[in-house]
Design a protein. Structure first.
Length: 112
């Protein structure tokens, strides 16, 4: 019969999204696979020997670059190709006020 940790033998660690179980790696003796409750007590306050379950951080893949966005989807790129020109015409006929991506909130430079 396989050993499965019960709620009393694992501690739940609060994460930003979910609770993760934490298990003590030193609670198992090398000769047997029995759980020794006397070595570590959850209520003792110290969690020496307890290691959290590690996971990879997700959601930080998109790092936007204005230069890349404008060179891929900007007005000049749309005007260069036949497909891009068709995109501009479709957006004009539909009545879009903004035809392409751009930095339209920028203040005009002084002295130019």
């Amino acid at each position: 019969m396989k050993w499965k940790p019960s709620v009393s033998q694992s501690v739940m660690v609060a994460s930003s999204s979910t609770a993760l179980p934490v298990r003590c790696l030193s609670c198992f003796s090398p000769t047997s696979s029995t759980f020794s409750k006397s070595e570590h007590s959850v209520s003792s306050g110290t969690l020496i020997g307890w290691q959290p379950v590690r996971f990879k951080a997700r959601g930080n893949e998109y790092q936007p670059s204005v230069r890349k966005r404008l060179t891929k989807h900007g007005y000049h790129k749309r005007m260069k190709t036949l497909g891009g020109n068709e995109v501009l015409w479709r957006r004009m006929l539909k009545g879009r006020t903004l035809l392409v991506h751009g930095n339209f909130n920028r203040k005009p430079s002084k002295g130019v």
